[in-house]
Design a protein around this ligand. Structure first.
Ligand code: HEM
Length: 137
C-alpha cells in the first residue's frame, strides 16, 4: 500500500522498455549493447529537481508540458516510440471527466480510498462510487 496523496501524483504508466544499441554509460553504470533497459516514469515524475514538491497534487504543473525539460513529461513515453494516441487520449480523458463531473453527482461508497501498486496504481478497495444524474437547469 502506498500513500494515497503520493499515488495521486504518480503516472498511471509504470514505464517502458528500451534496448541498448551499443555499449553506453549512464549514471556511472555501464550498460552493455543489447541489454534491455526498463525506464520507470515515477523516477522522472517524482524527481524534485524537475518538478518542485512532486508529492503535491497539482495538475496545473502539467498544463504546459513544454515548460518541463525535454523527456521529463513521460506518462505517454517519449522519443521516437512515444504513444501515438497521446493527444487523442488527453482530449478523450478531458471530455469524459467534463461530462462525468458536470452531468452526475458522485458518492464514495467506502471510507478506504487508498491506492496500491499492481504494478500500476489501483484503488486498494476498488473505489466503489454511486453515480446519479444531476438535474440540469
Ligand atoms: C491515457 C491513455 C494512454 C496512455 C497513458 C498511454 C501510454 C503509452 C505509453 C507510455 C506508451 C509507450 C511509449 C514509449 O515506450 O515511449 C504507449 C505506446 C503506444 N500507445 Fe499509448 N497510451 C494511451 C492511449 C493510447 C491510445 C488512445 C492509443 C491509440 C488510439 C494508443 C496507442 C499506442 C501505441 C500504438 C503505442 C506503441 C507505439 C510504438 O511502440 O511505437 N495509446 N502508450
Amino acid at each position: 500500500m502506498i500513500n494515497p496523496k503520493l499515488s495521486e501524483t504518480l503516472p498511471t504508466n509504470f514505464g517502458s522498455i528500451r534496448k541498448a544499441i551499443k555499449d553506453m554509460e549512464y549514471g556511472g553504470y555501464l550498460i552493455p549493447k543489447n541489454w534491455q533497459i526498463f525506464w520507470v516514469t515515477g523516477m522522472t515524475q517524482m524527481d524534485d529537481t524537475i518538478s518542485p514538491e512532486p508529492s503535491n497534487f497539482d495538475p496545473n504543473r502539467f498544463e504546459n508540458p513544454g515548460s518541463l525539460p525535454p523527456y521529463c513529461f513521460v506518462p505517454f513515453g517519449a522519443g521516437p516510440r512515444v504513444c501515438p494516441g497521446y493527444e487523442f487520449a488527453r482530449i478523450e480523458t478531458l471530455v469524459s471527466i467534463h461530462y462525468l463531473v458536470t452531468r452526475f453527482t458522485w458518492k464514495l461508497l467506502c471510507s478506504d480510498n487508498s491506492f496500491s501498486r499492481d504494478p500500476m496504481s489501483v484503488p486498494a478497495k476498488g473505489l466503489p462510487v454511486q453515480i446519479s444524474p444531476r438535474k440540469l437547469i
